[in-house]
Design a protein around this ligand. Structure first.
Ligand code: PLP
Length: 376
């Protein structure tokens, strides 16, 4: 074993249940499993989220939707991303709801001459995808609703700064969205209004509306980059490896490309068989990275290579070969969170778990027990 991402599906299940318990007004939950479930494995994450009470799933691409359907997942599914003329029929083949925000999107749907459930997206301040002009968004929605084949299924928006505690911009966005979407729902009582990502779900009950769309929090990651436990969330992923080699280093000897680590005293160097091709960021070392080895925090030593990196075990650690390594996770009392790794890199936990490479197998378990190989 070089390295494995151990993912506890029971933790995802419990996180979804905890998030549902925090929703107000009977809002349903749409679990966002885009980007291979934020690196956790989309199919396993989707099944766990549904078991925890999610009623909808969301992805970004048509391929991601097709992957879930191929695994036999039948829940209501929303494709959030833009879909070109090739991707749109693929998304509909997967029986997914789709999102539009411009007239071109509506025309593309009409040209297909097939039924579709469609959500209209307002850009209430994210400045990325979505219709800026509420009047135009309403016209698009009304034309959609008047089309015999198409169904106006929802109205949505996305927050730009829900993770900033006490931020006023979220309230402005929510106001703008409600002023547009509530009259639309009066005219079309069946439609679903949705806006809240994980941070808004946790911080602004008023944003819950009919459906919440948490992603990062279902994996037990903190949208505010603090401690997930503060929100009753439990990290689902551990990134594990083992020391494959341990050897003594004399003062003055170096480790790794560019000789960027030189021992100032005799020490012991262990080699972890995970490198930047596995998603260990080269920017971490030397100088910034730590991992857990045998339940102890140790510093990374030298440059991260494509397939491995060194750790400074200190003098007299020759017997550490085969010791368990955690690049993220806990071992005994020691804990290294995705939030901490992100802080060291100047990024966010989202990027850390999404960045775990395709070469690292995802192994799913339920509180330490193997999964039923053929889940119902
Ligand atoms: C990714 C995404 C989400 C989930 O956001 P989190 O911050 O991970 O909870 C919700 N809605 C949209 C449109 C997204 O793209």
């Amino acid at each position: 074993m070089r390295g494995v991402a151990h993912v506890n599906v029971a933790a995802i299940e419990r996180n979804v249940a905890a998030l549902l318990a925090a929703t107000t007004g009977g809002a349903a939950l749409c679990a966002v499993v885009k980007a291979d479930g934020y690196g956790h494995g989309a199919v396993a994450a989707a099944r766990a989220a549904l078991a925890g009470g999610a009623r909808w799933l969301a992805v970004v691409t048509a391929e991601e939707a097709a992957e879930l359907r191929a695994a036999g997942i039948r829940a209501r599914l929303l494709v959030l991303g833009p879909l070109d003329a090739d991707d749109l029929p693929r998304a509909l083949d997967a029986d997914a709801d789709v999102v539009i925000w411009e007239r071109e999107g509506l025309e593309r749907l009409r040209r297909l001459e097939r039924p579709a459930r469609v959500h209209v997206k307002l850009d209430s301040g994210m400045g990325r995808l979505g219709q800026r002009d509420p009047a135009e968004a309403t016209r698009i929605a009304e034309e959609l609703a008047a089309d015999g084949r198409l169904l106006l299924a929802g109205a949505m928006t996305h927050f730009a700064s829900a993770d900033e505690p006490g931020g006023r911009f979220l309230d402005e966005q929510l106001d703008r969205f409600r002023r547009w979407a509530e009259p639309l729902r009066e005219a079309h009582p069946g439609i679903v209004l949705h806006a809240a990502n994980s941070a808004a779900l946790l911080a602004r009950p008023a944003s819950h509306l009919d459906l919440v769309r948490p992603g990062v929090a279902i994996y037990g990651l903190d949208p505010f980059q603090g401690d997930p436990a503060d929100h009753g969330l439990e990290p689902a992923l551990e990134w594990r490896s083992r020391l494959v080699s341990v050897k003594p280093l004399e003062a003055g000897e170096s480790v790794g490309y560019g000789r960027r680590f030189v021992a100032d005293a005799a020490t012991t160097i262990g080699t972890v068989p995970q490198g930047y091709a596995d998603g260990v960021r080269r920017a971490l070392a030397p100088g910034g990275g730590e991992v857990l080895v045998g339940g102890r925090r140790v510093a990374m030593a030298g440059t991260v290579s494509m397939d491995s990196f060194g750790v400074d075990l200190g003098p007299g650690a020759q017997d550490a070969v085969d010791a368990p390594v955690r690049l993220i996770g806990r071992d005994g009392d020691a804990r290294l969170s995705a939030e901490e790794v992100a802080r060291r890199l100047g990024t966010i936990n989202y990027e850390v778990t999404c960045g775990i490479g395709a070469r690292v197998p995802r192994v799913h378990h339920r509180d330490g027990r193997p999964l039923d190989p053929d889940p119902a």
